[in-house]
Design a protein around this ligand. Structure first.
Ligand SMILES: [Fe+2]
Length: 239
């Protein structure tokens, strides 16, 4: 982990955040689960400029016990899961350039802060994310980290969820993507009901739109299902 060095963000970096924020909020509208929109308001993410980690933590930590720390790039799974189990979320200390608004290889602070942090202000979701951290630590120790990485992927990162019978975006990878947000809801791709067993056994793509999405019957149900999952059941699953 590194200091965020908020002062190092240039005027153009802040302008890129503002551009991405405005564009994405308009694109999402109400097509995203409601706790996400509540989180955006609670964390005052609509304030102009790249949010500073300390300001976010001052709101987030008293609420759900989670805090963010700045990192220079992707964190390997065993360390990432250990951080989640401590209620720590790593956020990139950089933002994409204006020329690459729609794509980037490594998650930057727009993906991390806009995509992930609002949901961590929701108590139930925050608890689920911590539990995934615990499961991930145990699974990585046993050489089965992929199983928990898939649960994370199909819920926290690229999950969809029903809300009052409407299909909504849940995952941060979709929330923060200009192209894939609508694609995930509207394209002719497979959408299968989420279960922890299906998630553990459904591979995913890092570098392209997903060929299939798992849909939570409700966010509450997925939180309950994941919280009911013990490490023994993960470790006894075939990978
Ligand atoms: Fe992410």
């Amino acid at each position: 982990m590194v200091p965020q060095c908020w002062e190092a963000f240039t005027e153009d970096d802040h302008a890129v955040w503002d551009l991405l924020f405005a564009r994405q909020v308009e694109l999402l509208g109400s097509r995203v689960v409601s706790p996400f929109l509540e989180g955006i308001d609670l964390l005052r993410l609509s304030h102009p400029g790249v949010p500073d980690v300390e300001g976010l933590n001052a709101i987030l930590e008293p609420r759900t016990g989670w805090r963010t720390v700045a990192v220079p790039g992707l964190v390997p799974d065993p360390i990432f899961f250990a951080m989640l189990s401590e209620r720590v979320f790593p956020v990139g200390n950089f933002i994409r350039k204006r020329e690459q608004l729609d794509y980037l290889e490594a998650p930057d602070c727009f993906h991390d802060m806009f995509g992930h942090i609002p949901m961590l202000a929701n108590h139930d979701f925050a608890e689920m994310a911590r539990h995934i951290g615990d499961l991930g630590v145990a699974a990585c120790d046993a050489g089965q980290g992929d199983l928990v990485a898939r649960i994370y992927w199909h819920s926290v990162e690229f999950g969809l969820a029903k809300e009052q019978d409407e299909l909504k975006i849940l995952g941060a990878g979709l929330v923060s993507s200009f192209g894939e947000a609508h694609f995930s809801l509207e394209a002719e791709v497979e959408r299968l009901p989420f279960s922890v067993d299906r998630a553990m056994h459904t591979p995913y793509k890092h570098d392209a739109f997903q060929p299939r999405y798992l849909v939570s019957e409700s966010l509450e149900q997925t939180v309950a299902d994941v919280l009911a999952l013990g490490a023994e059941r993960v470790l006894s699953s075939e990978s």
